[in-house]
Design a protein around this ligand. Structure first.
Ligand SMILES: *Cc1c(COP(=O)(O)O)cnc(C)c1O
Length: 345
C-alpha cells in the first residue's frame, strides 16, 4: 500500500478550493497594462502584488537545498508559519492530538493550544536521548503530527538519522523534523530521505546559520501533496516582494555559509572547553547547534549578573527538564570573551 499523506488531512482541507489571486491567472508575458488587481499604477518599487507562488525564489531554494520545487513551501513569517499551517491542515480542533518531545521548542505547544489541539509530551531520556518506543506508544489514531526538533532547542543535541528513520517507520501520522540548527550539526539531515519517507516533513529556516532572522523566511520540505495543501491554506501573498528579492539576492551572493558556520563551531568548542572550568558551572551539555545549555549552581543569580554586564542569555531554569540551566547563544569571539570574563569574575 502506498502511503498517502492526504488521507491524514482534515476533510475540509481535502475539499478546499484555493483562493485564486489576480496574479495566479497570468504570468505577465506581453502585459503592459496591469489593470487586474486594483493596485496603484504609479511605480514606486512596491506598488505591485508579489508572486504568490514565489516561483523564482523556489527555484533558487530548490537548487541550493537539492529538493524538487513541488516539495517546497515557503513562509513569510518564518518556520513558525509552517508550524501553524501544519496544525491547521492535519489536526481537527478538539479531536486530534500531536506528540512532541520535552523539553523542546515552545512554538509547537502554543500553536497547538491556539488551534485547540491536545499535546502529548514525551520526555527525553538520559542525556536528552530520543525515546522512540515511548513516542510511538503516546500516538494513537488521532495523532496527526509528531514533532521532533533536531538539533533540539533548548537541549542542543541532534538525534541520529538512523533513530529518526526508525521513528518515521513506526510512528502513526506525520513526523515533522525541525532542522532549524542542522547547519551546525555533523549528524546530517532528513531532507535527502524525503522520497523514502512520504510521512516526513522537514522544517528549515534562514533565521539561524543563514543570518536572515529579520527577513522572516521559513521553509518546509514535504511530499508534494503536503506542499500543495500548505500552498492552498496559506495567506495568498504570504511572502512580500522585497523579502523575495532580498532572499534571492543573498542566497545567490553567499550560497556557501561554511566559513561562518566553521567560526561559530570553533567558538562553541572554545566555550565548551572553558565553561566547565568556571566556578559555579555544574555541567555543559554537548551541542550540535549554535548555542550551549549550561547548568549552574545558581542560574538566576548568574543570569542577573550577566545582564548587568551587558550580556543577555536565555534563562531556562523554569523549563521542566532544564532546571538550573541557561541557554547561551554562541556569539562573535569578542562577545564570547565578554561572557567568559563576566562569568570568571
Ligand atoms: C529559531 C527556531 C526556528 C526558527 O523560527 P523562524 O520563525 O523561522 O525564525 C524554528 N525552530 C526552532 C526549534 C528554532 O529554535
Amino acid at each position: 500500500m502506498i502511503f498517502d499523506p492526504t488521507e491524514l488531512m482534515r476533510p475540509n482541507i481535502k475539499a478546499l478550493t484555493p483562493y485564486s489571486t489576480a496574479r495566479d491567472e497570468f504570468s505577465g508575458e506581453g502585459i503592459t497594462a496591469w489593470l487586474d488587481a486594483n493596485e496603484s499604477p504609479f511605480d514606486n518599487g512596491v506598488n505591485r502584488y508579489p508572486d504568490p507562488h514565489q516561483k523564482e525564489l523556489k527555484k533558487v531554494v530548490s537548487e541550493l537545498f537539492g529538493a524538487p520545487v513541488d516539495t517546497i513551501f515557503i513562509g513569510g513569517a518564518g518556520s513558525d508559519e509552517a508550524i501553524d499551517l501544519l496544525m491547521r491542515i492535519f489536526c481537527i480542533p478538539g479531536k486530534d492530538n500531536i506528540v512532541t518531545i520535552a523539553p523542546t521548542y515552545g512554538v509547537y505547544e502554543v500553536s497547538a493550544a491556539i488551534n485547540d489541539i491536545e499535546v502529548r509530551q514525551v520526555p527525553l531520556g538520559e542525556g536528552f536521548s530520543l525515546q522512540i518506543d515511548a513516542l510511538v506508544e503516546a500516538a494513537d489514531d488521532n495523532t496527526k503530527l509528531t514533532w521532533v526538533c533536531s538539533p533540539n532547542n533548548p537541549t542542543g543535541n541532534a538525534f541520529s538519522i538512523e533513530e529518526l528513520c526508525r521513528l518515521a517507520e513506526k510512528i502513526k501520522g506525520m513526523l515533522v523534523i525541525d532542522e532549524a540548527y542542522v547547519d551546525f550539526s555533523t549528524k546530517g539531515s532528513m531532507l535527502p530521505l524525503l522520497e523514502r519517507y512520504p510521512n516526513v516533513i522537514v522544517l528549515r529556516t534562514l533565521s539561524k546559520a543563514r543570518g536572515m532572522a529579520s527577513l522572516r523566511l521559513g521553509m518546509a520540505f514535504a511530499h508534494p501533496s503536503v506542499a500543495r495543501a500548505m500552498a492552498m491554506a496559506k495567506y495568498p501573498y504570504n511572502v512580500n516582494g522585497p523579502t523575495q528579492k532580498e532572499v534571492i539576492r543573498r542566497l545567490q551572493a553567499t550560497p556557501d555559509i561554511a566559513p561562518d558556520v566553521a567560526t561559530l563551531i570553533a567558538e562553541r568548542r572554545r566555550l565548551e572547553e572553558k565553561l566547565p572550568q568556571v566556578a559555579g558551572v555544574k555541567k555543559v551539555y554537548p551541542s550540535d547547534a549554535n548555542f550551549l545549555l549550561v547548568k549552574f549552581d545558581d542560574p538566576d543569580a548568574v543570569y542577573e549578573m550577566l545582564l548587568r554586564g551587558g550580556a543577555l542569555v536565555r534563562n531556562r531554569n523554569r523549563v521542566p527538564g532544564c532546571e538550573g540551566c541557561l541557554r547561551i547563544t554562541v556569539g562573535t569571539p569578542e562577545q564570547n570573551e565578554l561572557l567568559l570574563k563576566l562569568l570568571e569574575q
